[in-house]
Write a protein that binds this ligand. Structure first.
Ligand SMILES: [Zn+2]
Length: 262
């Protein structure tokens, strides 16, 4: 169980109201009874708190509902005076030191439950983020893919269309081979009709030990970006110079037929 700090105890020295030390022979003043403030997840959206403040981890006992959790100090604290208490916690020496330690520590671990604040919208966003990261980890994909993956997800149509979409392994292969490949090949040939290009060849052996000749083209497009694209990948049983040459001539003839000036 996380340790609970009583914020008033933390301020025992030097943070009391000056009235407390005045003589007691003064007229008693009528003081308003303060209503305790329950923890509100909306505080977490404020720039003062979003990096470190979360709902208290201890949810039982007399302070349940009045506890906030500090990610830097890894502790719950009572915040019955609401944001005022959170701000006071932020100003404590211990918090400042724990913050420095947190920033310099190599392992900024925090329990997954603390990513989920209880606010339904923040929680749903955190769930989406967690699902995307889980996908990357599960499929051994690089974290550098995360931004592109998110862009892809955002570009997707609504749940109506997605619920009707089916995509098994065979279908995905067929879409790549029979729809996407011809489409992009056609686009490449169009570019080659209007841009000067050079040819790069590379011989490779695939997993079934078949020799293949990759024919790539390199050109500068209209936006002055250098593009390198695969023009053809042909199987070639004869890996000799004349064998490679014959394959290359075949590729050249195909390109010529498609109307690319050579
Ligand atoms: Zn703290």
């Amino acid at each position: 169980m996380a340790e609970v700090i009583d914020i008033d105890q933390e301020y025992e020295n030097g943070d009391k109201d000056s009235d407390d030390s005045e003589p007691s022979n003064k007229k008693p003043r009528i003081t308003k009874k303060r209503v305790d403030q329950r923890y509100k997840t909306e505080w977490e959206r404020e720039s003062d708190f979003n990096e470190w403040l979360r709902k208290g981890t201890v949810q039982t006992g007399q302070n349940s509902g009045y506890l906030a959790h500090c990610l830097y100090c890894k502790k719950d604290f009572v915040c019955k005076k609401g944001k005022h208490d959170a701000k006071r916690h932020k100003q404590t020496k211990a918090h400042e030191e724990n913050k420095k330690a947190w920033i310099t520590s190599s392992s900024k671990t925090m329990p997954l439950s603390l990513h989920f604040s209880g606010d339904s919208k923040i929680e749903r966003v955190a769930t989406v983020e967690a699902k995307l990261v889980t996908f990357l980890v599960e499929h051994d994909l690089p974290y550098s893919l995360s931004e592109d993956l998110l862009k892809l997800v955002k570009s997707m149509p609504g749940p109506d269309l997605l619920s009707q979409t089916t995509l098994g392994r065979t279908k995905a292969t067929n879409i790549a081979r029979q729809a996407l490949a011809p489409h992009f090949h056609e686009k490449l040939l169009e570019s080659l009709k209007t841009n000067l290009f050079s040819i790069v060849i590379e011989e490779t052996t695939d997993s079934s030990v078949a020799k293949q000749l990759a024919v790539c083209v390199s050109f500068c497009d209209k936006a002055m970006n250098v593009q390198v694209d695969l023009l053809a990948l042909v199987e070639c049983s004869d890996g000799s110079v004349s064998g490679l040459f014959n394959q290359l001539v075949k590729v050249r003839d195909d390109v010529k037929k498609a109307g690319v000036p050579l």
